[in-house]
Design a protein around this ligand. Sequence first.
Ligand code: MG
Length: 261
Amino acid sequence: MGDAAPKSTLPYPPIHKDKKFVVLSDWDGTITTYDSNDYMTDNLGFGREKRRELNIEVLEEKMTFRDAFREMLASVVAKGYSFEECKEILRKNIKLDPGFKEFYAWCKANDIPVIIVSSGMTPTIRAVLTNLVGEESANEIEIISNDVDLKPDGTWGIKYRHPTSGFGHDKSQAILPYRMLENPPTLFFFGDGVSDMSAAKHADVLFVKEKDYGENDLAAYCDKLGIKHILFRDFSNALPVVKAVVEGEKSVSEVLSIGHA
Ligand SMILES: [Mg+2]
């Protein structure tokens, strides 16, 4: 599944050259406590049961993420919700990981770029992010994601960054350019779900979020494929692990062999 280098329909921000460390993170369910697209599908669209069926199909590689996700969003549109209504509902209901603000401030103070790599849509991410961290931080955080396709009749759909890839947005394409640099940085990636399957094996240090409500699909995927990762509850317990690597107290292989934050 997924092409080697699918053509991108959307621009990328410039690569951060000459950095020793770069953080890339999924947005939904990782920086937020609940996936906003799941929230829409569960509460406005065809509901959680059908949504989980599709998640599992993706996890078992019986269906592509791209096609499953398009169906989920289409179920929201079919109920008559406009994109603006969805944005408002998400702003009211989606919450930030309790440790993210401190984690982000620490990265910023230590010259470590934090880049959001998402299969969601940029306008909903920006709307929720502005609400949660304020306009200044929301504007400075880079987002590499999909976009929305607003139709003249008021309906909408997802505009995929990589429409030819089964991932819709192949997140490895945000990571791999860093590997080509003459002095590549140590790459940390944070994720939680099926949308992160394309990124899982490409980071130096993969953090996988454990959630109270289950649905730990990325952990299941990594276990199945034997991809080393660190389980974390929230960014406040991931921060000491990142600090230990950045400050040279622990090596990448040491933190990975511990396996949890
Ligand atoms: Mg996610």
